[in-house]
Design a protein around this ligand. Structure first.
Ligand code: PLP
Length: 449
């Protein structure tokens, strides 16, 4: 084995496209040593292969338009709601879908043209809808009748909408991310959707452009997508058919997710049979667009053997919820010795107070020791999205790497940020009116900075 390759060549398919192992044996992303990144930005940190991300966007964009001239790709931004990623999506000529006001604000801040946006949500508030209407969001995906009543009150001009339907398709995926089955909370059952579409015909402001569905996420077979296109075609003739996202990705060397091309071949082949010629076929990939471009880096805090060997890192459930939520089976390497064969099987665990705070069950690692840098591959999707403050964890930074250069896209949260939402409590005598809380020493507040 050469000194500058992953110890298992198959890992190169899981880690970012622009990954390599340098002559010191360190993992590099976009030409940047992960060990250097850890020194500069600290750990845990999310690291993104910017060129890999852009290439995947182009692969989707060009693959879709080559197969379906009226086709378009929309980035499901919930998968990586980072301002830089919105800007990159816009610069690569793909649309953006937002689920709620927060994502909408990020997209606007990033300069995404509002007319290219889709607003989702199964429980949109009046304020969110008002914001979307005022900003000129191109398409609102209607989930329920309350959306319609609220839009009727808000709209003074025509607003294109898609009606989200429940197709009754239950793909084989984790129940947390299955959304197309008949008991789904998203969208309207077929009969109710049909009735609503009929009722909105000729509506003065609400213009039904088409129908939308999304059957779920991390789907490792193209067949359910075929059924999704067939199901959506059954709603009648529209300008637009949006079949959501859902294509799965390889989280470890044993996985075999369909390629983007296999997925596009399947959906456009069936679309040619069942959708009206000239209609717009839209897809909203999230996971399969961003997962592989991202890794998360940690420092090992300690290694101990009890009933099992535990390698405990300085992050965990707070920055990588996917394992607990969807049983994701990530791949880990010791990033400062990425070419070395693993000799230890360990539970790679985090520092949050849950036994479910497990990053990799049975990770194969090369001589792990305190101070080592661990890289977890394919964490670009829903990792940053789900970051939280469990046990007072500070949300990690997001660093983009390309051609040996780094750009900080999101800074690490500080203890000042963390304390700031609790400021009102300082002036309230919670327990003992005579006792006021001492000021937090500046050195503690500065510590996370
Ligand atoms: C409406 C909608 N579209 C697209 C997506 C993206 O799915 P994925 O990340 O699996 O591609 C989601 C994910 O939840 C969704 O709810």
């Amino acid at each position: 084995m050469s000194e500058h390759e992953f110890y298992d060549a198959a890992l190169a398919e899981v880690f970012p496209v622009h990954s390599s192992v340098n002559l010191r044996g360190e993992l590099e992303i976009g030409g940047c040593s992960v060990v250097e990144l850890a020194r500069t930005f600290g750990t845990p940190a999310y690291v993104v292969d910017e060129e890999g991300l852009r290439e995947q966007m182009r692969r989707y964009r060009d693959g879709m338009s080559a197969r379906w001239p009226g086709g378009a790709v929309t980035f499901a931004s919930k998968s990586m709601p980072v301002l830089a990623t919105y800007a990159i999506a816009a610069s690569e000529g793909i649309g953006v879908d937002v689920a709620g006001a927060g994502e909408l604000i990020l997209a606007l801040e990033a300069g995404v043209p509002p007319e290219t946006m889709y607003l989702h949500g199964n429980a949109k508030s009046v304020e969110e809808l008002r914001l979307a209407v005022e900003c000129g969001v191109g398409t609102i995906v209607v989930d329920n009748l309350a959306d319609i009543e609220r839009l009727e009150r808000l709209l003074t001009r025509k607003q294109p909408v898609l009606i989200r339907v429940i197709p009754g398709i239950d793909p084989n995926t984790h129940r947390s991310v299955a959304t197309g089955g008949s008991d789904s909370k998203f969208g309207l059952p077929i009969e109710q959707a049909r009735a609503l579409i009929a009722r909105l015909e000729g509506h003065p402001t609400i213009e039904v452009e088409g129908v939308h569905l999304h059957i779920g996420s991390q789907i490792l077979d193209v067949e359910p997508f075929r059924r999704a296109v067939q199901a959506i075609a059954g709603f009648g003739t529209f300008r637009t058919y949006n079949i959501g996202g859902g294509l799965g990705v390889n989280y470890n060397v044993g996985h075999r997710a369909p390629t983007v091309e296999e997925y596009l071949d399947e959906i456009t082949a069936i679309a040619r049979e069942v959708l009206p010629a000239g209609s717009r076929l839209l897809i909203e990939p999230g996971r399969s667009l961003v997962a592989r471009s991202g890794i998360t880096i940690y420092e090992v805090n300690n290694v101990k053997t009890t009933g099992k060997t535990f390698v405990a890192v300085n992050g965990g459930l707070a920055d990588q919820m996917n394992v607990a939520l969807t049983d994701t089976t990530f791949s880990a390497v010791v990033a400062n010795r990425a070419g070395e064969q693993p000799n230890v099987t360990a539970q790679l665990v985090g520092r949050q107070c849950e036994s479910g705070d497990l990053l990799v069950d049975g990770a194969r690692l090369a001589d792990p020791a305190a101070g080592d840098i661990i890289a977890l591959g394919a964490t670009g999707a829903y990792g940053y999205t789900l970051a939280n403050n469990y046990n007072g964890a500070l949300k990690p930074p997001v660093v983009f790497c390309r051609d040996g250069d780094t750009r900080l896209a999101v800074r690490r949260e500080t203890y000042e940020d963390y304390l700031s939402t609790h400021t009102p409590a300082r002036s309230v005598p919670w327990a003992d009116a005579a006792r006021t809380a001492p000021e937090t020493p500046a050195r503690i507040v500065a510590w996370g900075a």
